[in-house]
Design a protein around this ligand. Structure first.
Ligand code: TYD
Length: 210
Protein backbone atom coordinates (compact mmCIF):
# COMPACT_ATOMS: atom_id res chain seq x y z
CA UNK A 1 0.00 0.00 0.00
CA UNK A 2 1.47 3.29 -1.15
CA UNK A 3 -0.14 6.43 0.32
CA UNK A 4 0.85 9.97 -0.62
CA UNK A 5 0.01 13.35 0.90
CA UNK A 6 -0.34 16.33 -1.41
CA UNK A 7 -1.53 19.90 -1.18
CA UNK A 8 -0.46 23.53 -1.21
CA UNK A 9 2.25 24.80 1.11
CA UNK A 10 1.12 25.21 4.70
CA UNK A 11 -1.76 22.72 4.42
CA UNK A 12 -0.51 20.65 7.37
CA UNK A 13 0.58 17.61 5.34
CA UNK A 14 3.69 17.03 7.37
CA UNK A 15 1.81 16.90 10.69
CA UNK A 16 -0.83 14.59 9.24
CA UNK A 17 1.72 12.31 7.57
CA UNK A 18 3.52 11.96 10.91
CA UNK A 19 0.33 11.25 12.83
CA UNK A 20 -0.85 8.67 10.34
CA UNK A 21 2.52 6.94 10.36
CA UNK A 22 2.38 6.58 14.15
CA UNK A 23 -1.21 5.37 13.98
CA UNK A 24 -0.55 2.70 11.32
CA UNK A 25 2.59 1.54 13.17
CA UNK A 26 0.54 1.24 16.38
CA UNK A 27 -1.84 -1.06 14.47
CA UNK A 28 1.13 -3.32 13.73
CA UNK A 29 1.81 -2.30 10.11
CA UNK A 30 5.35 -2.10 8.77
CA UNK A 31 5.39 1.62 7.82
CA UNK A 32 8.04 3.58 5.98
CA UNK A 33 7.63 7.37 6.17
CA UNK A 34 9.27 9.50 3.48
CA UNK A 35 9.17 13.13 2.45
CA UNK A 36 10.02 14.76 -0.84
CA UNK A 37 12.34 16.05 -1.99
CA UNK A 38 14.93 14.11 0.02
CA UNK A 39 14.71 11.02 2.18
CA UNK A 40 18.00 9.51 1.05
CA UNK A 41 21.55 10.77 1.48
CA UNK A 42 21.73 11.77 -2.19
CA UNK A 43 18.16 13.09 -2.20
CA UNK A 44 18.86 15.30 0.80
CA UNK A 45 21.76 16.90 -1.06
CA UNK A 46 19.50 17.53 -4.04
CA UNK A 47 16.91 18.97 -1.64
CA UNK A 48 19.43 21.49 -0.35
CA UNK A 49 19.94 22.82 -3.91
CA UNK A 50 16.19 22.96 -4.55
CA UNK A 51 15.23 24.72 -1.34
CA UNK A 52 18.06 27.28 -1.24
CA UNK A 53 16.49 30.74 -1.53
CA UNK A 54 19.73 32.05 -3.04
CA UNK A 55 19.03 29.95 -6.18
CA UNK A 56 16.69 32.48 -7.77
CA UNK A 57 18.05 31.64 -11.24
CA UNK A 58 17.32 27.89 -11.12
CA UNK A 59 15.77 27.06 -14.50
CA UNK A 60 12.28 25.48 -14.40
CA UNK A 61 13.44 22.39 -16.36
CA UNK A 62 16.51 21.94 -14.19
CA UNK A 63 14.32 22.31 -11.12
CA UNK A 64 11.92 19.65 -12.39
CA UNK A 65 14.74 17.23 -13.22
CA UNK A 66 16.25 17.70 -9.76
CA UNK A 67 12.92 16.82 -8.15
CA UNK A 68 12.79 13.76 -10.41
CA UNK A 69 16.39 12.81 -9.57
CA UNK A 70 15.68 12.90 -5.84
CA UNK A 71 12.52 10.86 -6.44
CA UNK A 72 14.22 8.19 -8.56
CA UNK A 73 16.83 7.69 -5.85
CA UNK A 74 14.14 7.41 -3.17
CA UNK A 75 12.20 4.85 -5.23
CA UNK A 76 15.28 2.74 -5.91
CA UNK A 77 16.71 2.85 -2.42
CA UNK A 78 13.64 2.93 -0.16
CA UNK A 79 10.15 2.75 -1.62
CA UNK A 80 10.40 -0.17 -4.05
CA UNK A 81 12.15 -2.48 -1.58
CA UNK A 82 9.65 -1.61 1.17
CA UNK A 83 6.61 -2.17 -1.05
CA UNK A 84 8.14 -5.44 -2.28
CA UNK A 85 8.33 -6.59 1.35
CA UNK A 86 4.61 -5.92 1.71
CA UNK A 87 4.97 -2.80 3.87
CA UNK A 88 3.05 0.48 3.79
CA UNK A 89 4.78 3.58 2.46
CA UNK A 90 3.61 7.06 3.48
CA UNK A 91 5.09 9.82 1.40
CA UNK A 92 4.81 13.54 2.17
CA UNK A 93 4.60 14.78 -1.46
CA UNK A 94 5.28 12.70 -4.57
CA UNK A 95 4.98 12.89 -8.37
CA UNK A 96 1.72 14.88 -8.24
CA UNK A 97 3.68 17.73 -6.64
CA UNK A 98 5.72 17.96 -9.84
CA UNK A 99 2.56 18.10 -11.97
CA UNK A 100 1.03 20.74 -9.67
CA UNK A 101 4.12 22.95 -9.10
CA UNK A 102 6.24 22.53 -12.23
CA UNK A 103 3.28 21.78 -14.54
CA UNK A 104 0.37 23.94 -13.44
CA UNK A 105 2.54 26.38 -11.44
CA UNK A 106 5.48 26.97 -13.78
CA UNK A 107 3.72 26.04 -17.01
CA UNK A 108 5.90 23.11 -18.12
CA UNK A 109 4.14 20.75 -20.54
CA UNK A 110 2.08 18.20 -18.60
CA UNK A 111 2.48 15.45 -21.22
CA UNK A 112 6.27 15.70 -21.07
CA UNK A 113 6.19 15.74 -17.28
CA UNK A 114 4.07 12.59 -17.17
CA UNK A 115 6.60 10.72 -19.32
CA UNK A 116 9.51 11.82 -17.14
CA UNK A 117 7.59 11.05 -13.95
CA UNK A 118 6.75 7.57 -15.16
CA UNK A 119 10.47 7.01 -15.73
CA UNK A 120 11.58 8.50 -12.40
CA UNK A 121 9.02 6.53 -10.37
CA UNK A 122 9.67 3.15 -12.01
CA UNK A 123 6.00 3.46 -13.08
CA UNK A 124 4.85 3.04 -9.47
CA UNK A 125 1.66 4.95 -8.67
CA UNK A 126 0.16 5.63 -5.25
CA UNK A 127 -2.84 3.53 -4.19
CA UNK A 128 -4.27 6.50 -2.33
CA UNK A 129 -3.48 10.21 -2.54
CA UNK A 130 -4.75 12.49 0.20
CA UNK A 131 -4.95 16.09 -0.93
CA UNK A 132 -5.07 18.48 2.02
CA UNK A 133 -6.77 21.39 0.38
CA UNK A 134 -6.40 24.93 1.64
CA UNK A 135 -6.60 28.37 0.07
CA UNK A 136 -3.00 29.44 -0.64
CA UNK A 137 -3.47 32.69 1.26
CA UNK A 138 -4.29 30.76 4.43
CA UNK A 139 -1.53 28.22 3.77
CA UNK A 140 1.13 30.85 3.21
CA UNK A 141 0.01 32.72 6.30
CA UNK A 142 0.62 29.60 8.37
CA UNK A 143 4.00 29.22 6.71
CA UNK A 144 4.98 32.87 7.15
CA UNK A 145 4.59 32.57 10.91
CA UNK A 146 7.80 30.55 10.68
CA UNK A 147 10.08 32.74 8.55
CA UNK A 148 13.11 30.48 8.95
CA UNK A 149 11.03 27.63 7.49
CA UNK A 150 10.20 29.58 4.29
CA UNK A 151 11.77 27.89 1.27
CA UNK A 152 12.43 29.02 -2.32
CA UNK A 153 8.98 27.92 -3.52
CA UNK A 154 7.07 29.47 -0.61
CA UNK A 155 8.54 32.76 -1.80
CA UNK A 156 6.67 32.54 -5.15
CA UNK A 157 3.78 35.02 -5.65
CA UNK A 158 0.23 34.18 -4.62
CA UNK A 159 -0.86 33.69 -8.26
CA UNK A 160 1.66 30.82 -8.56
CA UNK A 161 0.25 29.12 -5.47
CA UNK A 162 -3.28 29.60 -6.78
CA UNK A 163 -2.34 27.81 -10.01
CA UNK A 164 -0.81 25.00 -7.94
CA UNK A 165 -3.98 24.57 -5.93
CA UNK A 166 -6.18 24.60 -9.04
CA UNK A 167 -3.81 22.02 -10.52
CA UNK A 168 -4.27 19.71 -7.57
CA UNK A 169 -8.04 19.95 -7.82
CA UNK A 170 -7.88 19.19 -11.56
CA UNK A 171 -5.65 16.17 -10.96
CA UNK A 172 -8.00 14.91 -8.24
CA UNK A 173 -11.00 15.27 -10.55
CA UNK A 174 -9.21 13.27 -13.26
CA UNK A 175 -8.62 10.26 -11.01
CA UNK A 176 -11.29 10.29 -8.29
CA UNK A 177 -10.69 6.63 -7.40
CA UNK A 178 -7.13 7.43 -6.27
CA UNK A 179 -7.61 10.90 -4.77
CA UNK A 180 -9.37 12.01 -1.63
CA UNK A 181 -9.61 15.78 -1.17
CA UNK A 182 -9.80 16.84 2.47
CA UNK A 183 -10.57 20.37 3.69
CA UNK A 184 -7.40 21.30 5.56
CA UNK A 185 -8.83 24.49 7.03
CA UNK A 186 -10.59 22.27 9.60
CA UNK A 187 -8.90 21.69 13.00
CA UNK A 188 -6.02 19.15 12.85
CA UNK A 189 -7.95 16.50 14.82
CA UNK A 190 -10.85 16.67 12.38
CA UNK A 191 -8.47 16.43 9.41
CA UNK A 192 -6.76 13.47 11.08
CA UNK A 193 -10.08 11.69 11.48
CA UNK A 194 -10.89 12.16 7.79
CA UNK A 195 -7.45 10.92 6.83
CA UNK A 196 -7.93 7.78 8.92
CA UNK A 197 -11.35 7.11 7.43
CA UNK A 198 -9.98 7.38 3.88
CA UNK A 199 -7.13 5.00 4.69
CA UNK A 200 -9.34 2.44 6.43
CA UNK A 201 -11.67 2.47 3.45
CA UNK A 202 -8.78 1.86 1.08
CA UNK A 203 -7.20 -0.83 3.25
CA UNK A 204 -10.56 -2.64 3.21
CA UNK A 205 -10.94 -2.33 -0.56
CA UNK A 206 -7.66 -1.80 -2.41
CA UNK A 207 -8.27 0.07 -5.66
CA UNK A 208 -5.08 -0.85 -7.54
CA UNK A 209 -5.73 -0.77 -11.24
CA UNK A 210 -9.31 0.40 -10.67
P1 TYD B 1 8.87 21.50 1.99
O1 TYD B 1 9.61 22.39 2.94
O2 TYD B 1 9.00 20.03 2.16
O3 TYD B 1 7.37 22.00 1.96
P2 TYD B 1 6.03 21.30 2.36
O4 TYD B 1 6.11 21.15 3.85
O5 TYD B 1 4.98 22.27 1.91
O6 TYD B 1 5.98 19.98 1.63
O7 TYD B 1 9.30 21.93 0.53
C1 TYD B 1 8.92 21.31 -0.58
C2 TYD B 1 8.65 22.39 -1.62
O8 TYD B 1 8.98 21.90 -2.91
C3 TYD B 1 7.19 22.79 -1.65
O9 TYD B 1 7.09 24.17 -1.85
C4 TYD B 1 6.67 22.09 -2.87
C5 TYD B 1 7.86 21.99 -3.77
N1 TYD B 1 7.88 20.82 -4.67
C6 TYD B 1 7.83 21.03 -6.05
O10 TYD B 1 7.76 22.18 -6.52
N2 TYD B 1 7.87 19.95 -6.88
C7 TYD B 1 7.97 18.66 -6.41
O11 TYD B 1 8.02 17.70 -7.21
C8 TYD B 1 8.04 18.47 -4.99
C9 TYD B 1 8.18 17.10 -4.42
C10 TYD B 1 7.99 19.59 -4.16
Amino acid sequence: MFITFEGPDGSGKTTQARRVTEWLASLGHDVLAMREPGGTEIGDRVRAILMDRAHTHLDARAEMLLFCASRAQMMAEKVRPHLARGGIVICDRFADSTLAYQGYGRGLDLGTLRILLDFATFSIKPDLTLCLDIHPRAGLQRRASDLAGMNRLDAEPLAFHERVRAGYLALAAEEPQRWQVIDASAPPDVVEQRVREAILKRLAAPAKGA
